[in-house]
Design a protein around this ligand. Structure first.
Ligand code: NAP
Length: 273
């Protein structure tokens, strides 16, 4: 598979790094990156070829990954449009809808929209994917291969579900860090040294997630298993329930979902509209 990336920042580097760890050759990728220092880093660290802007080399690749910030996407897509024919385009930009991308790409419709999250940077991401009808089964397999480099994948039935993915797993690492902050703060308040508080918070999350993944049980069951009547965990959960913390989390995630829909509207506007 010959690959091109438009934008050679964090996500492009993470995907390429993950692919290379599985045997992909840097020589099979070209990265269009506007920043000269970033181009030099990509060429020396990953051995990919680099260009300042997309050009004739795009005709020789199978898959083009759009990995620039959403606010740069319109301009980037328009510069790519003249070089498109049959290539599969994968956009990882948050909030950019396929209809807007298709319009900016001059009508190109063989597009997969992907919503990864920051743990992708350490190959532990989860990416939600949505494909247009023009995307074949073998295209989907290529996308799976590509994004398996940064973690797990979930295919979605409707593009609107991408806004749910954004609210759950896209913003989700921040919810995890938020609870970690609370665990650390409590440990320190109770007299533990900061480094020990950090270690406890970190491993509690890592261990909880591993246990849930490996046992495959409902989180409510796992929670019941550590909540004995009259015990310490029940004392803590009673405080959380009284403050309706779970309902507040659901409300918070719905706010993220609404904001994701609004950002999609904003990013999709053309200057004259
Ligand atoms: N990071 C994440 O975990 C994450 C999660 C979900 C989705 N995403 C999406 O992934 C996309 C990339 O994120 P990122 O974190 O990798 O961003 P990033 O590190 O800022 O990378 C984007 C790169 O593209 C370059 N660029 C800007 N305009 C360009 C152009 N016209 N042609 C070529 N290159 C251009 C930027 O250069 P300059 O810095 O000079 O502008 C930068 O090096 C974003 O759309 C984001 O929404 C990221």
């Amino acid at each position: 598979m010959k690959l091109a990336f438009i934008g050679g920042g964090n996500m492009a580097t993470a995907i390429l790094g993950g692919l290379m760890a599985k045997g992909f050759r840097g020589a099979d990728a070209v990265v269009a990156e506007i920043d000269a220092a970033a181009r030099a880093r990509l060429a020396s660290e990953l051995g990919v070829s680099t260009v300042e802007a997309p050009g004739a080399e795009m005709a020789r690749v199978d898959v083009i990954v759009l990995a620039v910030k959403p606010q740069n996407m319109r301009e980037v897509a328009k510069s790519l449009a003249p070089h498109l024919s049959k290539q599969l385009v994968v956009s990882i930009a948050a909030g950019i809808r396929i209809a807007d991308l298709t319009r900016w790409l001059g009508g190109h419709s063989r597009i997969v929209r992907a919503m990864p999250n920051t743990p992708a940077l350490v190959q532990a991401g989860i990416t939600g994917l949505y494909a247009t009808d023009a995307v074949t089964l073998s295209d989907r397999e290529k996308v799976n291969e590509l994004l398996a480099a940064i973690g797990a994948t979930v295919w979605l039935d409707s593009e609107g579900d991408i806004d749910i993915v954004t609210a759950i797993s896209g913003s989700g690492p921040a919810y995890v860090f938020y609870v970690m902050e609370a665990l650390e703060a409590a440990a320190k308040d109770l007299g533990l040294a900061p480094d020990k508080a950090r270690t406890l918070a970190l491993w509690t999350f890592a261990g909880g997630a591993k246990l849930a993944a490996e046992r495959g049980l409902d989180p409510a069951v796992l929670r019941a298993q550590v909540t004995s009547k009259g015990g310490t965990t029940q004392a803590a959960i009673s405080v959380l329930d009284a403050a309706q913390v779970k309902a507040m989390f659901v409300a918070a995630i719905k706010a993220a979902h609404t904001r994701s829909q609004q950002l999609g509207d904003e990013f999709g506007k053309d200057p004259q509209s």
